[in-house]
Design a protein around this ligand. Structure first.
Ligand code: G3P
Ligand code: CA
Length: 265
């Protein structure tokens, strides 16, 4: 059996391909998601924003400047603009003509391959109307998975805890994770910070940056019944240590030594 789990005990740690297999293919493209499947990843992470016309697309930044070499903003673009945006060439000529994937493209891949996804909500220009549309469209899109998969093969995370709370009200069956920015004030050392965020959003998981984590913090979070998933770990020794502490999902760009095929069985 190919090893997909880093570890052990009652917590099963698993690797999540960050923005797809982003060390091998351009981030947040179908090529990166397919490369993750080929490398044995059972989970990918991706970023979901919404176009002006209400289409949910998978892109990290609020504009296509970095990955698409055009200054167009996500929130003012429409589906008709997508064929003209190449989000592969910046990575290498081999990936020229890669298009911005939609949530529907990802769900198709999940249905075809059994891949699971951590979808990070990154709605740019979050006006009240856009938030409502975004939540509705996300739920409609994800419901193309069967109910069991919706529950077990999807984690929705966000730094924007208001979005998570709104999503929880509309679709309580979805499993949510509260992301926390890395901070020099080490807010996760204060119990109330992550506990209140989880209570306010209905989240089951806390998603801190891995540098914020200590064995003690993982133990405290887990003792209150929440799971811990973290990002972005590209060092196998660090990943193994986090797994020993009880971290579940570990996001990685998937360089050598950090793919499921490299993990001990
Ligand atoms: O899942 C968390 C991680 O993806 C957050 O950072 O900047 O890669 O979206 P970023
Ligand atoms: Ca992300």
């Amino acid at each position: 059996r190919r090893a997909t789990h880093l570890c052990q005990d009652e917590v099963v740690s698993f690797l999540i391909a960050h923005r797809g297999h982003s060390s091998k293919a351009p981030e947040n493209t179908m090529a990166a998601f397919e490369s993750a499947v080929d490398a044995g990843f059972t989970w990918i992470e991706t970023d979901a924003d919404m176009l002006k016309d209400g289409t949910v697309v998978l892109v990290h930044d609020a504009s296509f400047r970095r990955t698409g070499r055009t200054s167009a903003r996500v929130s003012t673009s429409t589906s008709e603009d997508l064929p003209g945006i190449d989000v592969g060439r910046w990575f290498s000529a081999r990936y020229a003509n890669s298009r911005v994937p939609t949530l529907a493209n990802l769900v198709d891949l999940m249905n075809r391959t059994g891949l699971s996804a951590n979808v990070e909500l990154k709605l740019s220009d979050p006006t009240p109307e856009r938030i409502d549309d975004y939540i509705d469209t996300l739920i409609r899109g994800l419901k193309r998975l069967d109910p069991e998969s919706l529950r077990n093969r999807v984690i929705i995370s966000s730094f924007n805890h208001r979005l998570l709370a709104a999503l929880h009200l509309a679709a309580p069956q979805l499993r949510l994770g509260c992301l926390f920015e890395r901070s020099r004030f080490a807010p996760l050392k204060r119990h109330s910070v992550w506990r209140n965020a989880a209570w306010a959003t209905g989240a089951e998981f806390i998603h801190p940056h891995h540098r914020e984590l200590t064995r003690k913090i993982v133990r405290l979070i887990r003792a209150e019944g929440f799971g811990v998933n973290t990002w972005t770990v590209n060092n196998p020794r660090r990943a193994a240590r986090l797994a020993r502490w009880g971290v579940g999902g570990i996001c990685t760009d998937g360089p050598k030594g950090m793919t499921p095929q490299d993990a001990p069985s």
